[in-house]
Design a protein around this ligand. Structure first.
Ligand code: FES
Length: 906
């Protein structure tokens, strides 16, 4: 028995020997505000106060809490410092997905109790042990500093588009009440343990499963491919669906599932998967693109000859002729690595049977896609499957694919009982998708006047064992590899190559960050060879209104790349002057300044991409917005509501949000490809406008009339006239709505022809980043000192959330550039796989550019992917500026930078 005080109340518990305090708090005492991201002390999400000191609860045996005070975030409700932090976190947007927020805030409370007015460095030191993958940390630092030095609160009473307001869903996050995938199952629910392949490729034979079940108390059942009622196959692109829920006979990547044990929590805790009755035979595998393309390589899939899954192609003009006639050409090869999404919330969920239907509560970016995939796996009509998304603790693309859902569904179907599944950090990293490693060859030419003359790009992308979003990556890259520039003579070709690695999938940018590394660093080389200023060189070649893209698409409005580049000019001049002065006085530590640009088409490439948004007014006057665009931290709940409120003409704070739920909220499509603000935002605008039109028609009021809702009526003020609509006298529909609107928006695109010519996207967003770095030339260590980021968002629906996206994206781009490299079998945890910490992120100055887009809601463009595309090449250009070496293999780790410096004899 262990006795201690939890959040001011005495508790008694009987933990197993060495049981983690985090587990006791969550699973015995119900403190689900303590989040678990790694169970290894790497992420700090489980930080609690033990006698006032912050500790990782996952590293603290429960017995050590005997007789002591334990506080979690929810236990600090009455704490004055915590109260001020809650306000500050909301005003700065310091909680995006919110999964790290309880740990960060608890650590901040401990700091501020000891030091009420800390410096920025002291904040970084105190909070540096808690990882955040969404925010880029800067807003967290600002929020903590503002507790001692408050800034005006965000209190706009209307909150229409263009206004920085607090997140509408922020209060639950800063109070620790947000329920994520692992937070919704009742204590004691049956759990699932997946048996996974230890080898990249292996044959296997299952043993006596019936004997195993009967020999072990607590084992409810075992699942294998034989338990799948429908097809043992899923995939996000129907024509390429190829991934089995359970491998049959042979596995294709380390970590692939072959079976699953459904058992009591106690059994799962103590069971060693090595004791599962089966045998493995390690087979020859191919893990690199070179190995997979060899003629003798084992073939992963029938019909995909040479291990080539698919390709993409865009061509215009005469690229070879233009290169031959160029005054100067540059050519280089580039490689990038697997990059892990590293959201702090591992995949998790809960499932149960409800009146003969399967109900899944899990983190996801795409609830309707999940339901559609389960329909095929379970051979069950979609009407018998309900997906209720939980809070999502970061996604960045990987939670578009199925993870826990099929195992949960199969287990609850077979047992008839509620079940629960949470991936360990290692499982999450072993089995979920990654950014595609790329091998890129690029040749670019230019004339003496700086105009581009010829561009030839070839990229192989390691797509791993299964298709996932590989076809999307290979299609998107050729469209985007030009960057936001006019290139009349262009050829870009890509291939997705299967290997025995885990599947590569969607990760913020769908391959474009990789191609931008090649294109934007070679642009710097061209400018240098031409003796031109790198910013000027880009401006000479930048797209503009009326200038065709490499797909022949011409935008007559809304092309904001020149404005982004020009916005960097003052910093470009000033920072280079500072770097020159610094370098004149320093021999070993060198400073450099780099810049790069990027663009990104919002939504699916030349494919239907609709979103539907429903709204209604209840008899009591409540305005309900069914907002099905998954908010994975980026702010869709707030942004979509701001657009809707603007269209309807009411304060956004008065809206009641109804989230994604396949039973009650229409399909707003997946949260991917920077589409939600643009596509779902337009559906929300149409829904608000339709609702408004119906109300005005009811009383024959003019278009400019004002609306007020509440107390069972709508008051319509039309000039001198006031109309009152008594809602109780109107018929209500089956959902209780007296007025309702349901509107759909689908971007106008056109298919690409065999040369990739057409209209792939209705809008692009544009960006340009500048970064200052220092390079320790003796160690090869690169440190980013400052970013200036110019982003054309068309219209900033919520400027605070725009800044949050930019900072968070830059942090991920910084990680990709300098430290992140997923190696199957070697970096399957957050101490071997490094992501940026609070100390790695320098200040970011965000310059918001608004070149309105004719298709965007109130002119808005998407932003989510754009925010990291220029970051890595800007850093590489800055490294060159600092020390004269070109890094072409990412990440630019100290070892690689130092080796390049030595090789160059610098
Ligand atoms: Fe920090 Fe999402 S807000 S991990």
């Amino acid at each position: 028995m262990t006795d201690f005080t939890l959040n001011g109340k005495p508790v008694s518990t009987t933990p197993a020997t060495g049981e983690r305090l985090s587990e006791t708090l969550r699973e015995s005492l119900g403190a689900r505000d303590v989040k678990i991201g790694c169970n290894a002390g790497d992420c700090g999400a489980c930080t609690v106060l033990l006698d006032g000191m912050p500790v990782c609860a996952c590293l603290t045996p429960t017995q050590q809490a005997e007789g002591r005070q334990v506080h979690t975030l929810t236990g600090l409700q009455g704490d004055e410092i915590a109260a001020r932090l809650r306000e500050s976190f909301q005003d700065f947007g310091a909680a995006q997905c919110g999964i790290c927020t309880p740990g960060i805030m608890v650590a901040a409370v401990a700091l501020l109790r000891e030091n009420p007015d800390p410096s920025e460095q002291q904040v970084q030191d105190a909070l540096g042990g808690v990882l955040c993958r969404c925010t880029g940390y800067r807003k967290i630092i600002e929020a903590v500093l503002a507790v001692a030095n408050p800034t005006p609160a965000l209190d706009d009473p209307v909150g229409h588009t263009g206004t920085a307001i607090r997140r509408l869903d922020g209060q639950a996050k800063v109070e620790g009440r947000e329920a994520f995938g692992d937070d919704v199952a009742p204590i004691g629910t049956l759990e699932i343990l997946i048996i996974r392949s230890p080898y990249a490729r292996s044959a296997f034979v299952l043993g006596d499963l019936g004997g195993f079940i009967s020999a072990h108390n607590g084992v409810e059942t075992v699942l294998t491919a034989a338990d799948i009622p429908g097809q043992n196959r899923f995939g996000v692109i129907p024509d390429f669906a190829d991934q089995p829920v359970f491998a049959v006979n042979e596995t294709r990547f380390r970590g692939e599932a072959v079976a699953a044990i459904v058992a009591t929590p106690d059994f799962i805790r103590q069971f060693d998967p090595a004791d599962f009755p089966m045998t493995w035979e390690h087979l020859e595998d191919v893990q690199t693109i070179e190995q997979a393309l060899e003629a003798s390589a084992p073939q992963l899939h029938k019909g995909r000859e040479g291990n080539i899954m698919c390709g993409g192609f865009v061509k215009c003009g005469d690229p070879q002729g233009a290169l031959d006639n160029a005054d100067i050409t540059v050519q280089a090869d580039f490689t990038t690595s697997f990059v892990e999404h590293a959201y702090i919330e591992p995949e998790a969920g809960f499932a149960q049977m409800v009146e003969g239907r399967v109900e899944i509560h899990a983190c996801t970016q795409a609830p309707i896609m999940d339901r559609d995939a389960l329909e095929i796996i379970l051979a069950m009509d979609a009407s018998r499957i309900r997906i209720v998304p939980t809070g999502v603790g970061g996604g960045f693309g990987a939670k578009l694919d199925l993870s826990v859902q099929p195992y949960l569904a199969l287990a609850t179907l077979k047992t008839g009982k509620p079940v629960r599944l949470t991936y360990s950090r290692t499982e999450s990293m072993q089995s979920t998708t990654k950014r595609h490693p790329a091998q890129i060859s690029l040749q670019i030419g230019a004339r003496a006047d700086g105009k581009l003359s010829g561009f030839k790009f070839f990229g192989n992308f390691n797509t791993g064992a299964y298709a996932s979003w590989g076809p999307t990556v290979t299609n998107r890259v050729p469209v985007h590899a030009s960057g936001p520039y006019r290139i009349a003579d262009y050829r870009a070709e890509t291939q997705a190559v299967h290997t025995h690695c885990l599947p590569s999938g969607a990760f913020r940018g769908f391959g474009v960050p990789q191609s931008a590394v090649a294109q934007e660093t070679l642009f710097d080389e061209l400018a240098e060879k031409l003796g031109m200023d790198a910013l000027e060189f880009r401006l000479i070649n930048a797209l503009d209104n009326g200038v065709p893209t490499v797909c022949g698409q011409v935008f007559e409005q809304g092309v904001g790349i020149k404005a982004c580049l020009k916005a960097l000019r003052p910093a470009w001049e000033a920072e280079r002057a500072k770097a020159n002065a610094f370098n004149a006085e320093n021999e070993v530590l060198k400073m450099g300044v780099g810049l790069a640009a990027g663009w990104y088409g919002c939504g699916n490439t030349s494919l239907p991409n609709p979103s539907t948004i429903k709204s209604g007014i209840r008899a009591d006057g409540t305005v309900v917005l069914h907002q099905g665009a998954m908010d994975i931290g980026q702010g869709a709940n707030t942004v979509i509501a701001q657009i809707f409120a603007t269209a309807l003409g009411m304060p956004v704070q008065q809206i009641t949000l109804m989230g994604a739920d396949t039973d009650v909220t229409p399909d707003a499509g997946k949260t991917s490809a920077s589409r939600q603000t643009y596509v779902s935002g337009n559906a929300a605008r149409l829904s608000g406008q339709a609702l408004r039109a119906a109300i005005l028609a009811q009383v024959n009021a003019g278009e400019t009339a004002g609306l007020a809702f509440g107390d069972g009526e709508i008051i319509v003020t039309d000039g001198e006239l006031t109309h009152r609509i008594n809602l109780s006298q109107l018929p209500a529909d089956t959902e209780g709505y007296t007025f309702r609107a349901e509107e759909t928006y689908d971007p106008p695109t056109r298919p690409l022809d065999e040369n990739g010519q057409g209209i792939p996207y209705a809008q692009f967003g544009y960006a340009a980043h500048l970064v200052v770095v220092t390079v320790d030339t003796a160690l090869g260590l690169v440190k980013a000192r400052k970013f200036v980021a110019a982003h054309d968002v068309g219209h900033a629906i919520n400027p605070m959330l725009v800044e949050g996206q930019v900072q968070g994206g830059i942090a991920q781009g910084l990680g990709m550039a300098l430290m992140e490299e997923y190696l199957p079998g070697r970096t399957e945890n957050l101490h071997d796989y490094l992501i940026p910490t609070m100390g790695d992120m320098p200040p970011v100055e965000t310059l918001i550019i608004e070149a309105p887009d004719a298709h965007g809601p109130y002119g808005a463009k998407g932003l989510g992917e754009h925010v990291l595309i220029p970051t890595a090449p800007a850093i590489l250009n800055a490294i060159y500026n600092a020390c004269g070496v070109r890094i072409r293999h990412l990440p630019a780790t100290p070892a690689r930078v130092r080796a390049a410096i030595l090789e160059a004899g610098k």
